[in-house]
Design a protein around this ligand. Sequence first.
Ligand SMILES: Cc1cc2nc3c(=O)[nH]c(=O)nc-3n(C[C@H](O)[C@H](O)[C@H](O)COP(=O)(O)OP(=O)(O)OC[C@H]3O[C@@H](n4cnc5c(N)ncnc54)[C@H](O)[C@@H]3O)c2cc1C
Length: 364
Amino acid sequence: MNINTDVCIVGAGPGGALLAYLLAKQNISTVLVERHIGIDKEFRGEHLNSEGEQILKKHHLYEKVQEYGLLLMDRVEYWEDNKIIKSIFPSSDSMHVGIHVPQNHLLNVILNETKKYENFQLLMGTRVSELMKDQSGNYTGVKAIKNGQEITINSSIVVGADGRYSTIRKLAEIRTTIMKHGYDLLWAKVPSPLNWEPTIKLTLINKHQLALFTQAGGYIQIGWNIDEGTYSKLRSESFKPFVNQLIDAFPELTDTVQKNINSWDDFVLLNVQSSRSETWVRDGLVIMGDAAHTMTPTAALGVNCAIKDADRLSEIILQAIYNQDTSTKMLKKFEYDRREDIEVLQEQQIKQESSFINNFALDK
Ligand SMILES: Cc1cc2nc3c(=O)[nH]c(=O)nc-3n(C[C@H](O)[C@H](O)[C@H](O)COP(=O)(O)OP(=O)(O)OC[C@H]3O[C@@H](n4cnc5c(N)ncnc54)[C@H](O)[C@@H]3O)c2cc1C
């Protein structure tokens, strides 16, 4: 099977999906390729800040996501010895300190809106495995596999929006520097107790951050930092004393934790890292979102950065297609506009991670 298109986007995460929408809406023929069959993926970044909110509002998507369901966070609370020691409330110009947006709600809205455009094609359950180049070294498309069949997608621009382990980045031989942050994360989700307010609660357990993120639909997402690389050792130890530390810190959660977290298998391990790529652009090719710059979970920035990338990149691609100029020089405008911002945020994440403990009494 052969497809010809202006832009082929690899990866229907928040970044790739929004980019597809913004391009299709501007009459650019766009193919979006996603290896998963559906979009009901678990354990993804789901908290948006006000920048992410503004982008969704700018493109009239926020109200539609709201109809599917989202939840505004009232405050951030710091807890110590079962007491709140500090709270952060929304600033005067904001209604919240973050928004929980279930990723399947966000993706459903964006993809449903995008499907309204005839020049858009979505290939789910399709994995990209090869990049194509012409004799001058310009990227000219990808090869992908769907149900064992090869699909060739010829495009003027290939966009790698395929996440932190990006295939497109590797195939384009773009070097990336991975930064480890000294911790990994255990992640679990439990139904929230009755009358649980929409908050983000933070505490320290043995000098490690434990975070409770309230979620839309009556859930709490638990994010528990552990020392980097220690998970297998931790798993060899008894589970109950470990999880009891969570119950001791938040006794209101006793029932829900005892019902839902009974073994190490009820946690998912996330290897925390951030990354920077040597370039985001080659002739006829761009990488964006986590593929270009993975963020750590701190301050919930990754989705926001990916959709901000999509917003800016759509404008550059529009110019490139109309000018029939898909050279590195043309596409590099995207990287010039976004790289500095991203690197500042990555520095801030490192600072926040190293000073988190200062929010609490130091003898803990
Ligand atoms: C524990 C944790 C918590 C986080 N919490 C938050 C948070 O609260 N808020 C926030 O803003 N960010 C958060 N993040 C970060 C956030 O999840 C990412 O930054 C964000 O999802 C990046 O979006 P993206 O579109 O660039 O890539 P992704 O969301 O990773 O999407 C990439 C897509 O590409 C597809 N793909 C990959 N390879 C191929 C291929 N070869 N062919 C076809 N498709 C392919 C994948 O299936 C995937 O759907 C968190 C991250 C972690 C690890």
